[in-house]
Design a protein around this ligand. Sequence first.
Ligand code: ADP
Ligand code: MG
Length: 234
Amino acid sequence: MIEIKDLHKSYRMGSNSLHVLKGLNLSIKEGELVAIMGSSGSGKSTFLNILGMLDEADTGEYLLDGVPIKNLNETKAAKYRNKFLGFIFQSFNLINYKTAIENVALPLYYQKVNRKDRQEKALKYLEKVGLKQWADHLPSELSGGQKQRVAIARALAAEPKVLLADELTGALDSKTSYEIMELVQEINDEGKTILVVTHEPDIAQMCKRIVHLKDGVIVEDTFVEQVRASQYVQ
Ligand code: ADP
Ligand code: MG
C-alpha cells in the first residue's frame, strides 16, 4: 500500500537548513496498523504529512498503492489524496458552527456526492463510532473523546484506503485515549490500513507494528504482541 525509499526532507530557514528526514525506507501492506513513534521534534509529523501528500519530500521515492506520487500533477494529486487518504488530527479540526453529521458529511460534499447519499453515509459512520444519537449536536456540546469520534467518522466517510492519524489521543485523558484506540483497532480489524503517529509508548503498543524514528532515521521496526484496549478499559 505504501512504499518509501530513501526519503529525505530538510527545512530551510534563511541560510540555515534543518535535515529532518535522513533516508527513510518503509513498506506498509494493506491492513496493517502501524505506529510511528518518536520523541517530540523527531520528524513524525513531517513524515506523516509527506505520506499524506500534504507536503513533499526533497528526494526519495513514494509509491502509494503502486503509483509514484511525484509524477502526479496538482489536480491529480488532490483527487488521489481525497480518494486514498483520510486524516485525523490531535486538535480534531471540526467546524464549530456545523453539527456532528454536517462535519462528517463535508468531505462527501466536496466529492460531489448527492445530498441523500451524504446524509446516509454520514449517519452510517456516526453510528460506527457510537455517536448516532449526537448527530445534530454542535462540537461545543461534545466531550473531547466524542469530538475525536466525529473526526474519525469524517475521515471514514470518504472511504479512504488509508487512515493517517497525528497524535490523535494527544488532547485526551488516558481512559478516553484507550477507548479511541479501541475504536482504531476495531476499524483496523475490518481491514483498514492505519498509521498512528504518537510519542506515547502505551498508544504505540496498541498497534500491530511500531516504527521508531530517531535522528532522522528508522532505528527500530518491530511487530508487537498487540495490547487490546479492553486490557486497560474497565
Ligand atoms: P514531531 O512531529 O516528531 O514532533 P516535526 O515533524 O513536527 O516533529 O518536526 C521535526 C523538526 O522539524 C522539528 O525540529 C521542527 O521544529 C522542524 N519543523 C517542522 N516543521 C517545520 C517547518 N515548516 N519549518 C521549519 N522547521 C520545521
Ligand atoms: Mg508532531
